[in-house]
Design a protein around this ligand. Structure first.
Ligand code: F6R
Length: 618
């Protein structure tokens, strides 16, 4: 949830740390802070609000000359987002002897705090992090050295965390540990980094070490060593090279990351298909073959008899959309599940089940808990995830990487598009293995998929124009319904989520057939409804639901495929995409409507209030 960076090397640490925080701001942004070791002193500057507030404060003081420092952007889990709760926190009985930044939750901090208070420790914040800082300081009073104290304090902390520490006792050293929250070491020449996310140090190095749960690292400018937290035994870790392009993590001329990411979707579809949707005759092992889907990650697993698709938020909506593809094409029953519910249930796993966890970030706490539950119960887990090296990617039995590229905007857009394409490929892949669709039927669907990038490329600018117009027209609305049937229903849920999270207008997604069972009571001339009207067998039913809304004076926008004539006040045309894949062209329209509405209403599009990109606490 929070963003962490640590640096020790030959450069002044302040600009490296601040730059790193800027690239991590999407992980959390209600306050931020930095600390540096300079000789025998510790310096700290913190500010509530966005990173700009911290930078303003720093501009008023002369830059620190230190070559070792840590920084943090916070998304509050304990204590209000005010300066005294911002990280770094100091630890020490009478004076600060160390500073820490922390991501995650220290669950037993209350008991530990009481013990420390009894020993004379004074607390300035309401955070669990300050307890961790004092706990390490207390351990240091008894331990032979700083490293032993660090490890023994962490062994006393239960919960999920990534924690980074500096101390004037070892002025060029950073200690960092992880349990469940991500932490990555960057290995440079004469310098080392540690961060919650690779982009924080990507301009300096592409060589990284992924810390595993229960490991900690000691870095100095010239060296790194990973240890087991329990035994203090050194661990041999492989340095891996990351081939990410930093440019793709920048706005590329768009006003917002979200807009850039919406417009990247044609390329995202192409990238997801590349190497996976093979055209006839392309058999890499020689000989001719019909159009086929190649997903070698799944080859060694039996075809599942039942799939639990588990995710949160937008990823969950993608999972809901996937159900009909798996059912209709591959004849595999699917249970879409909200991760935060799933892992607390006494789920029945049967032989032949598979759990498919979906997560853009690969770090969502509830989704990871579901993954771990399924693994513990012996059910194979496949991860569908956008971040190489993330926890989902590493812990699942197999992982399919969605190829959406870094998604910076807090609101997920292109990731959902990539998940939908991957689901279509998976359903076709299983349809081939089970022979539930003929080669011709699969080719037809693959042709539809291959046509999507060109359609999106063509329609995106026009969709944006209409979205802008409609957002002006409906900006006074206090509430919205989003309705759909069949494959349009998960899209209705997603459209409503996007509108509320970005523009703060209340919006609810419903299955159109459910309106009569209660929600229609809300309809009046001030309550607009956006209806997804695809050109499929369900359209006549959707049209009669629209009539019912019209009869009660409710304004209707129909996001309607070519070939249908919905009874709506405003018709927003989409090209007709046959079969079950129509959602792929409706999705960007919904995203753009929310984007334009939020922008028109002056909201912070890329960083909506109260949200964070990576939800690493339950
Ligand atoms: C909404 C949004 C969230 C995420 C959810 C899951 O725009 O982005 O609802 O979809 O927090 O995140 P991931 O996919 O990273 O597990």
């Amino acid at each position: 949830m929070c963003g962490i960076i640590g640096y020790t090397g030959h450069r002044p640490a302040q600009p490296v740390v601040i730059e790193g925080l800027r690239r991590l701001e999407y992980r959390g942004y209600d306050s931020s802070g930095v600390a540096f070791v300079e000789g025998s002193s510790l310096w700290r500057v913190r500010a509530a609000g966005k990173l700009a507030a911290l930078e303003e404060k720093l501009a008023g003081i002369s830059p620190f000359g230190s070559l070792t420092g840590i920084g943090h952007t916070r998304w509050a889990t304990h204590g209000a987002p005010v300066e005294r709760n911002a990280h770094p926190h100091f630890g020490g009985l009478n004076e600060p002897v160390l500073a820490v930044v922390h991501n995650g939750i220290f669950e037993n901090y209350r008991e530990v705090k009481e013990q420390l208070e009894a020993l004379g420790y004074r607390f300035q914040s309401d955070t669990d992090t300050e307890v961790a800082a004092h706990l390490i300081a207390e351990e240091r009073r008894h331990a032979p050295d700083l490293m032993t104290a660090f490890a023994s304090a962490l062994r006393k902390m239960h919960g999920a965390y990534a924690l980074v520490m500096i101390s004037p006792e070892e002025p060029e050293t950073i200690y960092a540990a992880r349990l469940a929250s991500p932490l990555i070491v960057g290995v440079g020449t004469g310098e080392h980094f540690v961060a919650s996310d690779v982009p924080a140090f990507l301009p300096y190095t592409r060589d990284v070490i992924f810390l595993e749960n229960g490991e900690f690292v000691r870095i100095t400018p010239g060296a790194h060593q990973v240890f087991q937290l329990d035994t203090l035994q050194p661990v041999d870790k492989k340095v891996q090279r990351i081939n990410w392009d930093m440019q793709s993590a920048q706005k590329g001329g768009y006003r917002h990351f979200m807009l850039k990411e919406i417009f990247e979707q044609p390329g995202v579809v192409t990238d997801c298909l590349a190497g996976r949707a093979l055209v006839a005759g392309e058999n890499p092992h020689g000989g001719m073959q019909p159009d086929t889907v190649r997903l070698p990650e799944l080859d060694s697993f039996p075809v599942p008899e039942h799939i639990h698709v588990v995710a949160c938020g937008t990823s969950y909506h993608a999972g809901l959309w996937a159900r009909q593809l798996f059912e209709s094409w591959a004849r595999i029953p699917v249970s879409p599940e909200i991760a935060s519910e799933f892992h607390y249930r006494d789920v029945l796993f049967r032989p032949g089940d598979m759990v498919l966890v979906i997560s853009q970030s690969g770090e969502t706490a509830d989704t990871l808990a579901a993954l771990r539950l399924a693994k513990a119960r012996g059910c194979p887990v496949i991860g569908l995830c956008n971040v190489v090296g993330s926890s989902v990617a590493r812990e699942a039995d197999a992982v399919l990487i969605t190829q959406a590229g870094p998604e910076i905007s807090v609101a997920s857009t292109k990731a959902m598009c990539s998940q939908m394409v991957m689901f279509a490929l998976m359903a076709l892949y299983y349809a081939a293995r089970k022979d539930t669709l003929s080669a011709d039927q699969r080719r037809v669907q693959l042709d539809v998929l291959r046509g999507i990038p060109a359609i999106l490329e063509r329609i995106l600018p026009g969709l944006r124009d209409t979205a802008r117009e409609l957002s002006r027209e409906f900006s006074m609305a206090r509430s919205f319904f989003y309705l759909g049937r069949g494959q349009a229903f998960p899209l209705a849920l997603e459209g409503a989520l996007k509108l509320k999270e970005l523009s703060y207008i209340h919006a609810e997604g419903y299955a159109a057939g459910e309106m009569k069972h209660g929600p229609i009571a809300l309809i009046d001339p001030a309550f607009p409804t956006l209806v997804l009207a695809f050109n499929d067998a369900l359209f006549p039913k959707t049209a009669s639901n629209m009539q019912e809304i019209k009869a009660r004076g409710g304004p209707i926008i129909a996001l309607a495929a070519e070939g249908v004539n919905p009874p709506a006040d405003r018709i927003w045309r989409l090209p007709h995409v046959p079969g079950l894949l129509a959602g792929l062209v409706a999705l960007p329209a919904l995203q753009l409507f929310s984007y334009e509405m939020a922008d028109y209403l002056g909201k912070d599009v890329d960083q909506p209030r109260n949200l964070a990109k990576s939800v690493t606490v339950e």
